[in-house]
Design a protein around this ligand. Structure first.
Ligand SMILES: Cc1cc2nc3c(=O)[nH]c(=O)nc-3n(C[C@H](O)[C@H](O)[C@H](O)COP(=O)(O)OP(=O)(O)OC[C@H]3O[C@@H](n4cnc5c(N)ncnc54)[C@H](O)[C@@H]3O)c2cc1C
Ligand code: FES
Ligand code: FES
Length: 1385
């Protein structure tokens, strides 16, 4: 934004409203986004920056526009991170605070999010609430029947789809989906999950009354009256450097373009909704921004007999509704089906809040000019669309195909509109033998409902005529379009079309066509998964055409939606309605789920499922995260310049001169460390890591310098455009693989006390074995934490060389001492404050220290406050992530599946510094020992490589260890051709073997609940029955296979020392400080419960309400020292224990007084007791430092999961049909919190096993560094049926009130999804082997399924050429060889 400066004549003000407040701006930098404005210039901080590229939904707002002609307000969501501020003139913005807040009362949406336990760290919650609000607002506008009182017109399916584009890394989505569904008119109350509103057994009627009431007519006003009178003028906004124009006619536009051409060097940018900048992160400034949305010709939609013409500025959402409007009748004509299917496909583009503003023309221009992998280009190409363009200021009409094939449009060419022809009628439709039109679109993407670019998309249109002389069909006109596979733009497969036209379709012709297509669809060099993409083209064409081949049933088992076309073709005229079959394609949602939770009231309110502390303000967006703290006067913003080389001399770091003029205050590097200070960025007990590279950078992603500028945007741009002079002279080549580390003996030491102990005699075990597997290999990659709030800090210099630092950290204590060491000041000069953290998952343990220390160093040097909110890309590049590893194992086993010995050689890629890596070997073994391996030996090396330091990530090492165990078991089972489940069972521990493997942590025999969980889960999930059903399914289904797998876990944890402090204030309210940090895991909630419980033992009136008098406050490293790490799943319980000790002290101090007062007054109220205690100078503040008993500080957690998946053999897509989990939480301190942890961890595990590809380039630089390339789970990728039982086992005498941990262990259970996928692939390979004539070989059983098992990985194992093999086998079996040869190309 600009301020100051007079508005030139003719320039108008920008006027808009935010939550009913009027804003008027005269000068603005046109590149300012709505998010930047809201966060820096208003008090509305609920809009969060999660990605800045339209991929996460954290920044969503409701945008409302008023149409004075119809007197109607249009409401829709947009991503404020991409919306340019100038484009919201005369619009109204509503944020989550605008729906409701602490002062005015919370909105029903907020209340239901709270009650359904749908907010953990809360960073995603305001965006989720806005998505739901928009869906509700728009549903109310429909003509649907009035819903019952308290409900909306929304349907269950719409409610779930409302949040498809929103990412949440904490909850696992189930609880959020329930909160959304609770508004739906068609919801079955029994389907709504665990919540705080009603009790088990309440009738449906009672449940309805207990839900916070929703009154649609009592809606928030989204458009203030005063704005209705603000008339839009033909205006322009001007800043000192750039201008924003709003032409209102084509004439005006062309004259603007003409004048731009005339001005030498002037740069103009045409803008519609600017969503393209989410992909092409333009940092350039333009002289002119020309908004195309006010030109009627670009916003029109024209329908006539020839088709629909859509103006280029029409939004995708509008285009969808127009295309659907064409299809109002119950039975669709062929042409209407085409429009319908185009609309259906468009609904999978991006997410609702992008489609609401993104224009059709913008998409096509990106496809044409930048080779964007567009869906719209492909689908419109298939139907023969044409475009109107202005080039060289002249109008012309060309086919879309020609348009796409032209050289990239220059910046003064304008796409005016696109014409989609009507395919009605094909010919006369009276006779059964007449030609029919068939049209299908396809896309294969990691997320079924959108928000993911496709690996390939396709749209096929054909006229088919039943043959008069035989039972087949003849292909008439056919148009095959394919795109997004790594070509410059969408193409028509002309050769294949020519080959097919006029042919009678049979297996041979089909085979010929797909062979030709395979040769046509060849991605450009460097495209990832090239072979997979080509195979998708083949498979989609097969899917499209196979229904028309005689013996269709043989081909596709009636499962493919294309079959319905054939079915329709043969069916009567009246059944020519494709709508009824859409559910097959759309059967992604809804979800169903069951939660079994046993409540324990022995220690009330501990054990009760109370709602999360602070969740209401999280939902309304009032909860304050570090970046929400208003900037102090003179505050600067920092950004890291990081290395892109793994090992090189850094000769020079230079800023682009353009940014130097632009208010860059300085560039900080290791040279700026003050005298007496140290170049230290983080520390653990294993050592330190430097803050900056010195003369040499030692990994890609290492910080080289820190740019400090007036705004975050400037700092980011300056850092992004900095130039670094590297030199590799006189340096050894970098070590980038674990093998190279071994060769160069480059290791990080593991202290002997942490190195796990071998068990038994491996040689003896091998000698006892009937069979052996020798030197098998597994490789595991990394995973990025993807906390929704990126790393952030604010450092404020204080008097006398002191520094106050706000840090989003899991370990303020270590942030504190790192800063003191870096600045060379005593530790009492530093204070680190952490209130809440927007998700961490281990990533804000050590890595937060670098960010806070860099800010502190810059603040120290410049004497001004300095803050940093890392952009997503830098965060991903620098975060380090989970430890990749290579495992080689040898295993011996009996023929009944009992394993007798296992040896592992594990090479862990630890990156450049120790971080927490020395703990990883212990963690791996801890989880791997879940089975009785007989003898267990290993050699584990921590390889020091030139990669960024790998760090803690939720269940660090345990996740890999548990998976390695499963991989070994799977391998053994496949060698023995046994059921994997029985091999697992065979090797589960007895209590005796458990004692041997987990010496000291095993607890009492009764505490070993795994065997009973194992059996209980089989019953509750109907395992045997479902295995049988899956087998039957696999028997008849050719192109979809199912797999089921049950997996156990044992996860050891250790309780660590933690401080606590409880103070009672004069009015009886209680303030609590703990060492643990609230990261979303519900630590504060449990601490509150424990405080209320422990203080209530003073036994006076009113203590039953103490819960509502307790407030847990931010951690302050000078107020409470020795806070330690919030990590390892046990900080909640240790913080509770520390608090309990404090409360016990206070109760002890109060008891005598209370007894005395009680004698005098009879009953005594809590408040009276406290007032008296104040009068009598009782010390009402108590501190503690809880140190766990050495003998019981370690313990084991147990659980098991069954998952069932279905794999699509044509695309490699895996759908998780069902997951059932039983997890032992002991006597849960708060079952709602623990349930949330279990579900959230499991879904994060699904990300690791199935979706998240952590790609680096050959220098080790992370290249999967945005939401486009790194895909965490979304609501459409979680299990369709998701059942969780929080097992309440109260046998844990040495645990805090018999409770156990829940934060990390359930993550390991997601291996069940991977194993089930493997089982399904096994079935696919059996079938493939039979087609290939390889029956009986190991082909189908012995294979490794990589992690993550992404679509390309799965498809490759199922056979990239499976369709070809199938057709070949069919042809060979049923035809003479010459026939086959004749038909093949
Ligand atoms: C998170 C996300 C996910 C997405 N997923 C998909 C997907 O799965 N499939 C898919 O196909 N697309 C996808 N898109 C792309 C999306 O469809 C485009 O970003 C959008 O349609 C562009 O429209 P816009 O109005 O925002 O264009 P803008 O961003 O305003 O403009 C884009 C470019 O086109 C130029 N331009 C715009 N209109 C014209 C015109 N009429 N004449 C000449 N030049 C013009 C602009 O100067 C600019 O260079 C995704 C986008 C986002 C942000
Ligand atoms: S921050 Fe806008 S969508 Fe992620
Ligand atoms: S609660 Fe959704 S990201 Fe944390």
């Amino acid at each position: 934004m600009e301020d100051g400066g007079a508005v030139p004549a003719g320039a108008a003000n920008l006027v808009f409203a935010v939550n009913g407040e009027r804003f008027q701006l005269s000068t603005i930098d046109p590149s300012t986004t709505l998010l930047q404005f809201l966060r820096s210039k208003t008090r509305f901080k609920s809009v969060k920056l999660g990605c800045g590229e339209g991929g996460c939904g954290a920044c969503i707002v409701l945008l409302s526009k008023y149409d004075p002609v119809s007197d109607e307000v249009e409401n829709f969501t947009v991503s404020s991170c991409l919306t340019l501020l100038c484009s919201i003139d005369r619009c109204s913005i509503t944020t989550s605070e605008g729906l409701g807040n602490t002062k005015d009362g919370f909105h029903t949406i907020h209340q239901r999010f709270v009650g359904f336990h749908a907010s953990q760290c809360g960073f995603c919650t305001p965006g989720m609430c806005m998505s739901l609000f928009s869906a509700l607002t728009n549903a109310e506008k429909t003509q649907r029947a009035e819903p019952p009182p308290g409900f909306s017109k929304l349907t269950v399916s719409e409610a779930e789809k409302a949040i498809v584009g929103n990412l949440c890394r904490c909850t696992g989505y189930r609880s959020i989906a329930d909160a959304c569904k609770s508004f739906a008119a068609d919801v079955d109350m029994e389907d709504l999950g665990f919540n705080s509103f009603w009790k088990k057994g309440d009738s449906k009627k009672v449940k309805v009354t207990k839900l916070p009431f929703y009154n649609p007519s009592n809606q928030v006003s989204t458009f203030p009256e005063f704005l209705k009178n603000e008339f839009r003028s033909s205006m322009l906004f001007i800043s000192r450097k750039n201008s924003w124009y709003n032409p209102t006619s084509v004439k005006e536009l062309t004259s603007m373009l003409k004048s731009t051409l005339a001005e030498s060097g002037a740069r103009a940018k045409l803008v519609v909704s600017n969503t393209g900048s989410g992909y092409y992160k333009e940092i350039d400034h333009y002289d002119k921004y020309i908004d195309l949305r006010c030109i009627p010709d670009l916003s029109m939609i024209r329908r006539d007999r020839t088709g629909i013409e859509i103006g280029a500025a029409v939004t995708i959402s509008k285009a969808i509704s127009v295309l659907k409007e064409e299809n109002k009748s119950e039975f669709l004509s062929h042409g209407e089906v085409v429009f319908q299917k185009i609309a259906d496909h468009m609904e999978r583009i991006a997410s609702g809040f992008i489609r609401n503003s993104a224009s059709v023309g913008g998409n096509l221009v990106m496809a044409q000019r930048n080779h964007f992998p567009s869906d719209i280009a492909t689908i419109l190409l298939a139907v023969g669309s044409e475009v109107n363009v202005i080039t060289d200021l002249k109008h012309e009409k060309v086919t879309l195909e020609e348009f796409l094939g032209r050289p990239p449009l220059d910046s003064t060419s304008v796409l005016m509109s696109v014409h989609i022809p009507c395919w009605e009628p094909v010919r006369n439709v009276t006779s059964k033998t007449d030609a029919r039109l068939v049209f299908e679109t396809y896309r294969a993407a990691p997320r079924p409902l959108g928000n993911a670019l496709p690996y390939l998309n396709a749209a096929f249109l054909a006229e088919v005529t039943p043959c008069k002389t035989s039972s087949g069909v003849i292909i008439g006109n056919i148009q095959l379009a394919l795109g997004a596979y790594g070509s410059k733009h969408a193409i028509r497969a002309r050769k294949v079309e020519e080959f097919l036209v006029g042919k009678l379709l049979n297996a041979g012709v089909l085979y010929g066509a797909i062979k030709l297509l395979g040769a046509t669809v060849v991605p450009e060099v460097g495209t990832s998964n090239a072979a997979y993409r080509s195979s998708l083209a083949v498979n989609f064409l097969f899917q499209f055409l196979c229904p028309f081949v005689d013996a269709c049933d043989e081909f596709c088992d009636g499962l493919l939606h294309g079959c319905n076309d054939a079915f329709l073709l043969r069916a009567s005229e009246t059944s020519n309605n494709q709508k009824q079959f859409d559910h097959i394609k759309n059967a992604v949602l809804p979800l169903s789920a069951k939660q079994v939770v046993e409540l324990n009231q022995n220690y009330s309110p501990v054990g009760e499922p109370i709602t999360k502390a602070g969740s209401a303000i999280q939902a309304s967006g009032e909860a304050v995260y570090v970046d929400d703290i208003p900037s102090p006067t003179n505050c600067l913003h920092g950004a890291f310049i990081y290395s892109t080389k793994p090992l090189a001399w850094v000769k020079r770091v230079k800023l682009n001169s353009k940014y130097l003029q632009d208010n860059v205050a300085g560039v900080i590097s290791f040279r700026d460390i003050p005298k007496g200070g140290e170049n230290i960025g983080s520390k653990t007990i294993f050592g330190i890591e430097p803050l900056f590279a010195d003369d040499i950078t030692r990994c890609a992603g290492q910080a080289l310098a820190f740019v400090v500028a007036d705004t975050q945007k400037l700092a980011d741009m300056a850092a992004e455009n900095a130039w670094v002079d590297y030199d590799t002279g006189n340096l050894e080549p970098p070590i980038l693989t674990v093998e190279e580390a071994v060769e160069g003996s480059s290791f990080i030491e593991v202290p002997p006390f942490l190195y796990p102990a071998q068990i038994g005699d491996f040689s003896k075990g091998m000698n006892e074995a009937d069979q052996k597997i020798l030197s098998a290999e597994i490789k595991l990659g990394s995973q990025y934490h993807f906390y929704m709030e990126t790393q952030s800090a604010l450092a404020i210099p204080d008097e006398d060389n002191c520094m106050l630092v706000y840090s989003a950290s899991q370990c303020p204590e270590f942030v504190h001492s790192t800063i003191a060491r870096c600045l060379g000041v005593p530790e009492h000069n530093v204070r680190v404050v952490t209130r809440r953290v927007g998700g961490a998952f281990g990533g804000k343990a050590t890595r937060s220290m670098h960010v806070a220390t860099a800010c502190a160093l810059a603040a120290h040097k410049l004497g001004r406050p300095v803050r940093l909110y890392l952009n997503r890309k830098t965060d991903m590049v620098m975060a380090g992530g989970r430890h990749p590893m290579k495992v080689t194992y040898s295993v011996g086993f009996k023929s009944n599946g009992k394993i007798t010995a296992l040896h592992l050689d594990i090479l862990i890629n630890a990156g450049i510094a120790a971080d927490v890596s020395p703990a990883i070997p212990h963690n791996i073994l801890n989880a791997l020992k879940k089975y009785d391996w007989g003898a267990l030996s290993f050699d584990i090396k921590l390889c020091k490589t030139n990669h960024s330091s790998k760090t803690a990530m939720r269940a660090p090492g345990e996740l890999q260890g548990s998976f390695i165990a499963e991989a070994v078991i799977e391998h053994v089972a496949s060698m023995l051709s046994m059921e994997v489940d029985s091999v697992r069972k065979q090797n589960l521990h007895t209590f005796d073997s458990l004692k041997l493997f987990y010496k000291g942590s095993e607890g009492e025999p009764l505490e070993y609940t795994l065997p009973s969980i194992w059996d209980k889960l089989a019953r509750s999930s109907c395992l045997a029955q479902r295995i049988e059903t899956a087998q039957q399914f696999n028997g008849f289904s050719k192109w979809r296979k199912r797999g089921i797998s049950r997996v156990p876990i044992i996860h050891g944890v250790a309780v660590r020392p933690t401080p606590g402090k409880v103070s009672v204030l004069l009015d009886g309210s209680v303030v609590v400080e703990v060492g643990g940090i609230e990261l979303g895991q519900g630590l504060w909630t449990k601490v509150k419960q424990m405080t209320a419980f422990a203080l209530s033992s003073v036994k006076c009136d009113g203590t039953e309400d103490l819960l509502y008098k307790v407030r847990v406050i931010q951690s302050d490293s000078l107020s409470l020292i020795q806070g330690g790490f919030t990590a390892g799943s046990t900080t909640s319980e240790s913080s509770c224990e520390a608090v309990r000790l404090c409360c016990n002290t206070l109760v002890e101090r109060l008891k005598t007084l209370k007894n005395k007062l009680q004698e005098q007054m009879g009953a005594i109220k809590w408040e009276t007791l406290i007032q008296q205690a104040y009068l009598q100078s009782v010390n009402l503040s108590a501190s503690s430092y809880y140190v766990p008993d050495f003998t019981s500080m370690q313990y084991l957690n147990y659980g098991a999961a069954v998952s069932e998946v279905e794999v699509n053999l044509l695309t490699g897509e895996t759908t998780i049909l069902q997951s059932d989990i039983i997890y032992d939480c002991g006597q849960s301190l708060n079952p709602a919190v623990d349930l949330g942890q279990i579900e959230g961890a499991f879904v994060q595990g699904i990300g690791f096993f199935m979706l998240e590809e952590y790609a680096t380039n050959s220098d080790g630089l992370v290249v999967a560094n945005n939401t486009w390339t790194y895909k965490i789970p979304t609501v459409d990728t979680i299990p369709k049926r998701f059942n969780v039982e929080v097992l309440s086992s109260g046998n844990h005498q040495k645990r805090l009130l018999s409770s156990k941990a829940s934060g990390e262990p359930p993550l390991l259970l997601a291996a069940s999804v991977h194993c089930a996928t493997r089982a399904a692939i096994k079935e696919a390979r059996k079938q493939l082997a039979s087609w290939k004539g390889l029956d009986g070989s190991h082909f189908s059983t012995v294979f490794q399924l990589e992690v993550p098992a992404t679509m390309p990985v799965v498809k490759e194992l199922c056979g990239l050429d499976s369709v070809e093999c199938f057709l070949k086998s069919l042809l060979c079996a049923s035809r003479t060889s010459d026939c086959f040869t004749l038909s093949c190309v």
